[in-house]
Structure formats: C-alpha cells, structure tokens
Design a protein around this ligand. Structure first.
Ligand SMILES: [Zn+2]
Length: 233
C-alpha cells in the first residue's frame, strides 16, 4: 500500500509544518496535555498537518483544516507511555482556526519545572513508496495471529531497515513483537525511535522503550474521529 517516508533535518520552519519535537505551533496552552499517571506536563512529540504547503507531503485522512498533535510523558520513564489507553500519551487534532501564531512553551510544574524538550526535526524530503502490503491483506495487519501467519516478505520486508519504519499511511510496519495491543482504527503514521537524516546517519527521537516504534491510529468509527498512540518494541 502506498506510504510516505520522510527524511529529516535538524530544526523545522516556523508554522504548521510537519515536525518532531521542538515546540508545537500555535497550540493553546489549555490544550497542553498532562500525564494522568504522574500529573506533570507531557513532552511534545509531533505536529502533523492534514494538508501541507509542501506538495510532496501526504494528505492525511484527518478532518479538513485540522492539525494533529502528539505528546508523551518523558518524566523519569516510569509512566506507562507505551499504552494506548494509559493516559501517559496523548494525540488529538485541532482546527487551524483555533491555533495561535507562534510556538507554545510548555507549562511549568511547581516542583519539577518544565518537561523534557524532544529535539526538533523537520522533514527534509518525502519518498513515496509501496510498503509491500497488498491492499486485500490490510485487515491482517491489525490482528496478532493473522499478521503472525503472513510471509516475512509481506509482514516485515526490508528486514526492519530504519528507512521503512517511520512512515505515513499504509499498514503498520510492526516491530518484532507483532500486532500486539492494537487499538481500534487504522494507522495514520508511525515514528521509529531512530529516524533517517538528510545528511546521512540517524537521529534519536525520544524514549520509545529504548528501541521501539510509536504508532498513531485514527478511528473514523467515532465522530469526531478518535486518535490513539501505541509504542511497541
Ligand atoms: Zn507521567
């Protein structure tokens, strides 16, 4: 299935661009999520516009005119940020009209200060490619047993090479643990713990259980759509 694979660069342009880390653009501070486990502000992970000024960027199936924001708890690595329903990560979208016109700094915790800032990475270019999954097998990628029964060249082609593990669209490129704990919906994007950089080499994104991958899903059976994030390794 058609997928869009980004290559990153250090730093991102201002505005509602695709990026990882840094500060979210225009997010009203009241929307900055607090971890339900530890009660402290989460770290900003990703900003994903549904439509982008960059013609090479994918158009995403989120409500028109909205921008997706993803956060996770990075405090002390003790909260269950890998769980899709644990309250230690957060994914939501907001209309552009609800957003401000500058970067939003995180709220400060009275005792512990500011949450960890995830290094800012912008998208240098996009590669569109087939992820190797025939469309008729899409549903199998959301079922642990059926995914496990797929031939290796369909379930995880390219031997888990980093270049294939951060992508938008298509089916989930699961880690070696397979399709475990999958929330409802379909994959919007996934972010590997290491992403390829424009100048060569890789950059570490955040704590995804050391070498895991973060998967972000959209559930269009709900109105408005529901979002969730799962981290697997
Ligand atoms: Zn926490």
């Amino acid at each position: 299935m058609k997928s869009h694979y980004p290559t990153y660069c250090a730093g991102a342009a201002p505005g509602l661009v695709h990026k990882l880390g840094g500060l979210p653009w225009g997010l009203p501070i009241a929307h900055w999520p607090v971890c339900k486990e530890c009660g402290r502000a989460m770290s900003f992970l990703a900003q994903v516009p549904g439509q982008s000024a960059d013609d090479n960027a994918p158009e995403l199936p989120i409500p028109a005119g909205e921008v997706l924001f993803a956060f996770k708890c990075e405090w002390d690595s003790i909260c269950s940020f890998w769980e899709s329903d644990g309250g230690a990560n957060a994914v939501f979208s907001l209309p552009r009209t609800a957003l401000g016109d500058g970067p939003t700094a995180p709220p400060e915790h009275a005792e512990d200060g500011f949450p960890e800032l995830i290094p800012e990475l912008g998208v240098a270019h996009w590669r569109t490619d087939d992820d190797g999954a025939p469309a008729e097998l899409e549903a199998d990628f959301y079922d642990y047993g059926r995914h496990d029964d797929l031939p290796d060249e369909i379930a995880h082609p390219h031997d888990w090479a980093t270049e294939w593990r951060t992508k938008f669209g298509g089916v989930p490129y699961w880690t070696a643990n397979g399709a475990q704990g999958v929330p409802p919906g379909r994959l919007l994007l996934q972010i590997d713990n290491c992403v390829p950089m424009q100048e060569g080499g890789y950059s570490e994104v955040a704590n995804f259980c050391s070498d895991g991958t973060a998967y972000i899903f959209i559930d269009n059976a709900q109105t408005p759509p529901g979002y969730s994030m799962l981290i697997n390794r």
